[in-house]
Design a protein around this ligand. Structure first.
Ligand code: ADP
Length: 269
């Protein structure tokens, strides 16, 4: 299995807010710089990488010097609009230092229901990737919200990353979180929990292990990682869940080392 991950050429990497920011919500430049350097290195190795990055609301709150997360949807969307700009600025700067160009792609659920939009975005991804550019994807928070009728949102970036992996026919989806992998119980509350190295089938037991919500700064917890795993494996993509604390871990994963949990992709029927 790990050999397949080693051989995979096209990789989608998702990083969560908990990886990109400190506990107090401020931007973790050190982490983002390392991530940018490692992804640049992966590109230099000949891998094709798409990054799905959260963090816009958190970084927007920091930029606006808000003492606490905004409560209303409108304020959250405003913070996301400010934060997205800042986030891309930071990525663009760090990637440029390592000789790489990035592009921003903001998606909404509606794109999936419209063939023309879907074809357009797939063509844009292909063109960027062929030019060696790293697409950085996020949900278009300014126009997606649960409250808006007729605009289906992805809800969380775990699911979004799996959809992106499907759109670009990725070989591997790597979700970086604040935990080493998928456990048989939430390790935050259970000292006897054990990490599962390989999951071939997302059974009822596995869904039950996913338990409740994640950390304050994160969003989905394991439930959304399992939803992502279903989409990714269902379209033949292997998904790896690993800890993003040290972005260098990406190199080990790509070398086929036994890191994190692999959700094994099914051959598409
Ligand atoms: P992110 O921002 O990276 O998406 P989340 O905070 O949303 O991260 O989710 C990660 C958290 O999910 C972990 O810190 C962990 O405490 C919790 N969790 C709940 N159930 C499990 C499980 N079965 N295995 C691993 N982590 C779990």
């Amino acid at each position: 299995m790990r050999q397949k991950i080693k051989d995979g050429k096209r990789i989608v990497i998702k990083v969560g807010t908990s990886t990109l920011t400190y506990d107090n919500g401020s931007i973790n430049f050190n982490r983002i710089e390392k991530l940018s350097m490692i992804i640049s290195d992966l590109c230099n190795m000949g891998k094709e990488v798409v990054l799905v990055s959260s963090g816009a609301v958190g970084i927007g709150c920091g930029k606006l010097r808000l003492a606490k997360k905004p409560e209303t949807i409108k304020e959250k969307q405003a913070a996301a609009a400010v934060g997205q700009c800042e986030l891309m600025h930071v990525y663009s700067k760090f990637f440029a230092e390592y000789g790489h160009v990035v592009a921003q792609i903001l998606l909404t659920g509606i794109v999936l229901d419209n063939n023309e939009m879907k074809e357009n975005v797939c063509a844009t991804f292909e063109t960027l990737i062929k030019q060696g550019i790293v697409p950085i994807v996020n949900e278009n928070d300014a126009i997606s919200s649960y409250e808006m009728e007729n605009v289906k949102n992805f809800g969380d970036n775990d699911t979004l990353s799996a959809i992106v992996a499907k759109l670009v026919n990725a070989d591997t989806l790597i979700i970086l979180s604040d935990i080493d992998g998928f456990y048989d119980k939430d390790p935050r509350n259970n000292s006897d929990s054990k990490m599962i190295k390989e999951i071939h089938e997302i059974t009822k037991d596995i869904e039950d292990f996913a338990g409740g919500a994640g950390t304050n700064r994160g969003t989905g917890g394991m439930k959304t990682k399992i939803s992502a795993a279903k989409i990714a494996t269902g379209s033949g993509t292997n998904m790896v869940l690993a800890n993003g604390e040290k972005p260098e871990i990406l190199l080990d994963i790509i070398e086929g080392k036994e890191i994190g949990t692999v959700f094994v992709g099914k051959k598409e029927v």
